[in-house]
Design a protein around this ligand. Structure first.
Ligand SMILES: [Zn+2]
Length: 276
C-alpha cells in the first residue's frame, strides 16, 4: 500500500488461537461467537500481522510469535506458522539485514517473540542490523513481571536485545522516523502504545491490542486480558470517534481476515470497510 511518501505492507507470522471468552471480556459468548466462531477448546482464530513501513528507513512494527515457543505452548495456543514472517519478508523482497528499526507496541510474546531467534542454543537478535525501539516503562514492566502478566512476558524475547546492545528505550510519545510516531494508550498494559503513520495528509494507525480485530471496534468489546480495561475504554472512545471522523486507515494486527480498513458509522452502528 502506498501511503504518501511511505509504503505500508502488513505481513504475516501465521495464526494462533486464544480463548474466545478472554478475547471479549464481558461480552457473552452468544454474541461474540457470531463474529468469531470458537473451536472445540473454546478458542478463536487470530492473525499475527507485523507491519513493514518503508520510508526514510525500513521499519518493522512488532515481529510476531517467532519460532522459539515450546511444543506445549504451540499446542495450547494453536500456533500455525506454516507461512510465517520469514516467508512474508522474502515475498516482500526484504532480507532481515535490511530492517533498520524494529518497533514494539508492547512486549507480549505474540508481538515480541520474533524479535530474537535461537542460534543453536544462544538467543540473539533476529534482525542483525536493526535497532530495537521499546517504550521505557513497558521495558521496566516486562522485565519485572508479576503473577498476572508473567505468562505473556517471556524474557528470552527481549532481554537478549539489551545484552547485544541493540535496544533503544524511548520514554514518551515520540517520532521514531519521519511520518511515524508512537502514542501511549495504556489499558492492555500500562504502557501499551499504538503507531500513528502520517504522510501526504493521511493517517494510518497500527492499533496493536487497542483494536486487535475488527470485532473489537464497539466500545465494550474489550479483552479480558487487558490489565486496565477502563483505561482501554477511555482511550478507545476518543480514538474510534477520531478514526471515523478523520478517516484513519486502521491496521488490525490480530484479525484473521482483515489486515486493514476504515471504520465507518451508519445509523449509529460501526462497521469496518476492508481495504486489505
Ligand atoms: Zn498483548
Amino acid at each position: 500500500m502506498n501511503f504518501g511518501n511511505l509504503e505500508l505492507l502488513p505481513l504475516s507470522d501465521g495464526f494462533f488461537r486464544l480463548d474466545g471468552g478472554a478475547m471479549f471480556g464481558v461480552v457473552p459468548k452468544p454474541l461474540w461467537e457470531r463474529r468469531a466462531p470458537a473451536d472445540e477448546r473454546n478458542r478463536i482464530r487470530l492473525g499475527i500481522r507485523p507491519l513493514l513501513i518503508r520510508g526514510e528507513r525500513t521499519m518493522l512494527v512488532d515481529a510476531g510469535i517467532g519460532a522459539k515457543m515450546d511444543p506445549r505452548s504451540v499446542d495450547i495456543y494453536g500456533i500455525d506458522r506454516a507461512h510465517n514472517l520469514d516467508h512474508a519478508l522474502a515475498e516482500a523482497g526484504v532480507s532481515p539485514a535490511e530492517v533498520d528499526i524494529v518497533l514494539a507496541s508492547h512486549l507480549h510474546f505474540d508481538h515480541a517473540g520474533g524479535f530474537t531467534s535461537s542460534d543453536g542454543g544462544a538467543v540473539v537478535p533476529r534482525f542483525p542490523r536493526a535497532r530495537y525501539v521499546v517504550r521505557t516503562a513497558e521495558w521496566e514492566d516486562a522485565t519485572h513481571p508479576h503473577e498476572r502478566n508473567r505468562a505473556s512476558y517471556l524474557q528470552e524475547n527481549f532481554v537478549p536485545l539489551a545484552t547485544a546492545g541493540v535496544l533503544d528505550l524511548v520514554p514518551g510519545d515520540e517520532t521514531i522516523m519521519p511520518g511515524v510516531r508512537v502514542v501511549r494508550t495504556g489499558g492492555h498494559t500500562m504502557h501499551h502504545q499504538i503507531v500513528m503513520i502520517e504522510s501526504g495528509g493521511r493517517t494510518a494507525v497500527f492499533a496493536a491490542d487497542l483494536l486487535p480485530t475488527t470485532a473489537h471496534v464497539d466500545e465494550p468489546w474489550i479483552m479480558g486480558y487487558d490489565l486496565y480495561p477502563m483505561d482501554t475504554l477511555a482511550f478507545k472512545r476518543t480514538f474510534v470517534r477520531e478514526a471515523i471522523d478523520r478517516e484513519y486507515l486502521i491496521v488490525f494486527e490480530h484479525d484473521p481476515e482483515v489486515a486493514a480498513g476504515y471504520i465507518r458509522e451508519e445509523n449509529g452502528r460501526k462497521r469496518v470497510e476492508r481495504v486489505a
